[in-house]
Design a protein around this ligand. Structure first.
Ligand code: TRP
Length: 442
């Protein structure tokens, strides 16, 4: 997307930014995180953080984008006349770069699964999707590297051709379709024998399951799903026209993200207990459990294939905006440099994504810090760079920007939300972020 392009309506803006925000975070990452960090307790913390921290921060990022209207390694300077503050934009740039590195691993898995299911259908082998062995596929270094290579290549081609707009149009029907599919999976999951235990696990918060680590990861999860602190949402808002409404847009995106996360939870957890899995399976959770659910449906492989394609689509609408962010910052919105920059960024991403992929095969023995190399990349992004970026922006908005200007960009304020929002950003949220941040290192 180039600088000239603007979203014509508020709905166009909401669709585009929702496409970017809703991706693997809600559908793949939420269930596996919730599985590790206490099920219902995690869901509760995630909801609290998303509503009381994520929503105001999203409104803040939208306001900054709308005020600054330029790429994010320049926007802080433009708004405050302090060049060094552009470091917040560069932090976001680094975050999306590393994020794309491990995001593409999961994107690659989806592609491999698509081929697998399609081939099974062609060869008319018995319709047993439960046979799709996660370990055999994901433990194959060559296959997974090829998969993620294809995912990065697809993303790169879309960004180079500048056809994101077309993709956004397609998302108008692809996203609702994905939604419907999720609901169907939820229904199927809930009717499996032994599903109630799993349902209880994800819906019933048990206070004893709340841990300091869980709190930290729940905050990281709400940052991740809402793309906060990466300046991604600032970029989207910088393209927006005057009509874009900050509150409606932010509330819609938060609501959609919560809904998709909960649906993903309701789809996965009942099936976990029904099929005798452990909730703590980790990043492979969705890929292990879902084939079993589809296996129980009539025309299971056909539906699974369509679901995987929709899932890939949701991942791609996010990955193109990850790459786009790097491209817009390094080209400074100069379209002539778009292709070479997109190419170089993609090659670099491919390189850093290889150790992430191999965390599930040849390098699975390497454990340090937060776990495998993959886990550490995720931790660096979700729990360090994203909170830091968001903290930086709260400080800029709360301490350096003019309140009147902010109010003017905040838009019509029928429900008198501006003042509470402003004080949250100015006094409360920076302290909350710092506290949670400091506690993790104690
Ligand atoms: N929110 C995205 C997801 O849930 C991931 C993401 C984080 C992202 N930061 C971003 C996407 C910046 C695009 C731009 O999948």
């Amino acid at each position: 997307m180039n600088k000239q392009s603007q979203w014509k309506s508020s709905t166009g803006f909401i669709l585009a930014s929702a496409g970017s925000a809703i991706g693997l975070g809600a559908m793949w990452k939420f269930p596996y995180m919730a599985g590790i960090y206490g099920g219902g307790a995690f869901l509760l913390m995630f909801l609290a953080f998303t509503i009381f921290v994520g929503l105001p921060l999203l409104m803040m990022e939208f306001t900054v984008g709308k005020m600054g209207k330029t790429y994010t390694t320049k926007i802080y300077e433009k708004l405050t006349q302090k060049k060094w503050l552009n470091i917040i934009g560069w932090n976001g740039n680094l975050a999306v770069f590393v994020l794309f590195g491990f995001y593409s691993v999961i994107g690659g898995w989806i592609i491999i699964y698509i081929f697998n299911v399609a081939l099974q259908m062609i060869t008319f082998s018995d319709d047993n999707l439960g046979n799709i062995q996660f370990e055999a596929i994901i433990g194959n270094p060559f296959l997974t590297i090829v998969g993620q290579g294809i995912f990065i290549l697809l993303t790169m081609i879309i960004v180079m051709m500048g056809v994101e707009k077309g993709l956004e149009k397609a998302s108008k029907f692809m996203m609702p379709l994905l939604f419907i599919f999720l609901i169907v999976i939820v229904i199927k999951s809930l009717t499996l024998d032994g599903s109630m235990e799993g349902l209880k696990y994800i819906l019933q918060p048990r206070l004893e399951d709340i841990s300091m680590q869980g709190i930290l990861f729940a905050l990281g999860q709400s940052f991740f799903t809402l793309s906060l602190g990466t300046t991604g949402m600032i970029t989207y808002a910088s393209y927006a026209s005057k009509e874009m409404t900050i509150k409606t847009s932010a509330i819609s995106i938060v609501a959609m993200n919560i809904l998709v996360s909960i649906l993903a939870g309701l789809a996965i957890f009942p099936a976990i207990t029904a099929f005798g899995y452990k909730p703590t399976e980790g990043p492979g959770l969705l890929f292990k459990v879902l084939p079993k659910v589809f296996d129980q449906m009539a025309f299971g492989s056909g539906f699974y294939l369509i679901f995987l394609i929709l899932f890939l689509f949701a991942a791609l609408t996010s990955s193109i905006s990850l790459l786009e962010l790097n491209v817009s910052n390094f080209t400074k919105n100069d379209n002539a440099k778009r292709k070479p920059v997109a190419f170089c960024a993609s090659v670099l991403v491919f390189m850093i994504s290889i150790p992430a992929t191999l965390s599930f095969s040849s390098l699975s023995g390497i454990h340090f810090g937060a776990g495998t190399i993959f886990d550490n990349m995720d931790f660096l992004v979700s729990n360090i760079l994203m909170p830091l970026g968001a903290l930086g922006t709260t400080l800029v908005v709360g301490q350096l920007l003019n309140k009147k200007d902010l109010k003017a960009h905040f838009g019509k304020d029928k429900f008198k939300l501006f003042m509470p929002w402003y004080y949250l950003i100015k006094f409360v949220l920076p302290i909350v972020i710092v506290l949670i941040f400091v506690v993790q290192f104690i």
